[in-house]
Design a binder for this molecule. Structure first.
Ligand code: ZN
Length: 609
């Protein structure tokens, strides 16, 4: 019989209450908005990603805000709160049509001013104007951002009450965003589920509290973690939005007659217009206590909701959800009615106004918009030089053959990336790019800024990677599998083109699994002799991101072959815009020229035998 050794009996762990960790949110007064709009406005500062334990009121707030509960504040009821909202403007403050500039933002301004005038002397009604995020990036107006021209300035001038932080608002990097918000002074940008890095701590807040004629309106901002393209934005931490709203509810609710979530999460997890991660607004509403907030104003997925009236299908768990399309085509209008203070606020109406049908606020158009559009036209018409005569620069070649063979256009782009990265002090060995960064070809004669913007409308920034020679070998083998094969359509497969420092051959073989990269040379030396060496290369932030769909299909077809995942490699982001870096390169040689790199030099040979 085996004797069991006497094991020491573990002592039961001492039962202890979880330690109380104080995490107050501080309520501070925000500066006034535009001069004509002395609405009291407050910001909640602190960490909403942890349970919030109390509200701390800064002593300099007026006695009115020393009263902790909204219920004790007398409000003249019934009160109608009119909320105008837009989302995903992407900087499109005007539509640049061939026949001239068609006003967009000034029409929203007209409606806002009209509503303000209508309710100005009515103590039982007030107006708010909110943006649900993605205020910038994605239209030619991006060309002006580097000169300090961006929508937040206009919002500040107009008196937009708050905006949620959208994923594209981070495309240009957190430093650039911080600068834009600071320049706009009092304009509040909200995101409660972002753990803000140091540079955003004093610019992005979890929530705001607005006082509209004595009615307190709480606004919680939320940001999707999806589609973070820009430089350091990918390294940001976003916390589960349901948890964050639940952290805030018990402490904010008593302060608010009306509580709104201003969300850039996207409408629904199953949306196809943009990637929604974790929760869409529908899933968020379903997870909150019933009716916990009075309204979710959404964005990100460009949904056109409640065109004529509040659709019952957009009320989830007692919480109405609204969203107003994209690019300023619609202005959302919601009415919230406060019948008396004993009853919760109710959304009594929601609809969309078609922006094109609204009159233009001529004063705003002339003073604020016209100068911006004029400088945009000037910028877009800025001559950049000549265009070399090469078939690879034509739109037809760009759209069909970018991944079929060596491309003189890709060679120009990678040469420019190497030169500009080195000029900025980054010791790079080579560059790579993919077709997703190039949207069209070039004109056949002279090049203006607008032509180059059409080629690269995305806000990619330069990104640096390090690979060992062995990893580079794996990357090249992987690349061979992504090349266009005879008779197949050009899909976005993430095929990368290299700068001239890399020369190799691709043998396509009988199928993608059999494709091989061979005869690989780096700086004229066989890669085989440099497998232990570390190489630094420069690429751009959105590299291979458009290839996810094809990658999933490939993995299903060839589960034994691991694709090379660039995102898993150590990388460093810069805030250098690819488009602007290449414009600097273009200017050096007076255009897109052979001297700048428009040449096929046999660095890549694809052999389909
Ligand atoms: Zn978005």
């Amino acid at each position: 019989m085996n004797s069991q050794p006497n094991l020491p009996v573990p002592k039961p762990a001492a039962r202890s209450e979880p330690a109380f960790v104080p995490n107050p949110l501080r309520l501070v007064a925000a500066p006034y908005l535009a001069k004509n709009q002395r609405r009291s406005r407050f910001l909640w500062i602190g960490d909403a990603t942890q349970p919030v334990t109390e509200i701390e009121i800064t002593p300099n707030l007026s006695s009115r805000y020393q009263i902790p509960r909204a219920a004790d504040l007398p409000v003249v009821t019934p009160f109608r709160l009119k909320i105008l909202h837009f989302n995903d403007l992407h900087g499109r403050i005007a539509h640049l049509a061939p026949e001239g500039n068609i006003p967009v933002f000034s029409r929203l301004v007209f409606r806002y001013h009209q509503q303000q005038r209508k309710y100005a002397d009515n103590p039982q009604a007030g107006v708010l104007l909110l943006s649900a995020g993605d205020d910038m990036v994605g239209t030619p107006f991006d060309a002006l951002v580097s000169e300090g021209n961006h929508p937040y300035d206009l919002y500040q001038a107009l008196g937009v009450d708050a905006a949620a932080l959208g994923n594209h608002d981070l495309d240009l990097g957190t430093h650039a965003l911080a600068k834009m918000i600071q320049r706009s002074g009092a304009f509040p940008v909200l995101s409660a589920n972002l753990m803000p890095p140091a540079q955003l701590k004093k610019c992005v807040y979890p929530a705001a509290l607005l006082d509209v004629k004595g009615v307190r309106v709480g606004i919680i901002g939320l940001t999707t973690s999806a589609q973070m393209k820009g430089s350091d934005a990918r390294n940001l931490t976003f916390v589960d939005p349901v948890r964050v709203v639940k952290n805030l509810l018990p402490v904010l609710r008593p302060y608010c007659h009306v509580l709104i979530v201003l969300s850039h999460l996207g409408y629904d997890l199953h949306s196809t217009s943009a990637t929604v991660e974790g929760y869409g607004d529908r899933q968020l509403a379903a997870q909150l206590p019933r009716g916990a907030v009075d309204l979710i104003i959404g964005g990100h997925t460009h949904h056109i909701l409640n065109e004529t009236c509040l659709d019952q299908g957009n009320i989830v768990n007692g919480i109405p959800i609204v969203q107003a399309g994209t690019l300023g085509r619609f202005l959302g209008e919601v009415t919230i009615t406060l019948r008396d203070q004993q009853q919760p606020a109710t959304v009594t109406n929601a609809k969309l106004s078609v922006t094109a049908d609204l009159p233009v606020d001529q004063a705003f158009e002339q003073i604020q918009i016209t100068p911006i559009v004029a400088s945009l036209h000037q910028k877009l018409n800025q001559p950049l030089g000549i265009v070399a005569n090469h078939p690879d620069l034509e739109t037809d070649a760009v759209l069909n053959d970018f991944a079929s063979h060596e491309s003189a256009f890709a060679n120009f782009i990678t040469a420019g990336m190497v030169a500009q990265a080195r000029k900025k002090g980054y010791a790079v060995d080579f560059a790579l790019t993919d077709a997703a960064v190039v949207r069209t070809g070039l004109p056949t004669d002279n090049l203006v800024y607008g032509d180059w913007f059409a080629v690269m409308p995305h806000a990619d920034t330069l990104r640096l990677f390090q690979l060992t020679g062995e990893q580079l070998w794996a990357l090249l083998q992987d690349n061979a599998r992504r090349a266009n094969r005879c008779g197949e359509p050009h899909l976005e497969r993430g095929f990368v083109q290299f700068s001239g420092q890399i020369r190799y051959q691709i043998r396509l073989g009988e199928n993608r699994a059999a494709a091989r990269a061979t005869e690989i040379f780096v700086q004229g030396i066989p890669l085989k002799e440099q497998l232990a060496q570390t190489f630094t290369f420069v690429t751009h932030s959105f590299i291979r991101q458009a290839a996810c769909h094809w990658e999933r299909q490939f993995q299903q077809q060839y589960p034994a072959i691991a694709l090379f995942d660039l995102d898993q490699q150590p990388s460093k982001d810069t805030e250098i815009l690819l488009r602007e870096a290449l414009i600097s390169h273009i200017k050096i040689d007076g255009g897109v020229t052979k001297a700048g790199g428009v040449v096929r030099d046999g660095r890549l040979q694809i052999d389909d035998i």
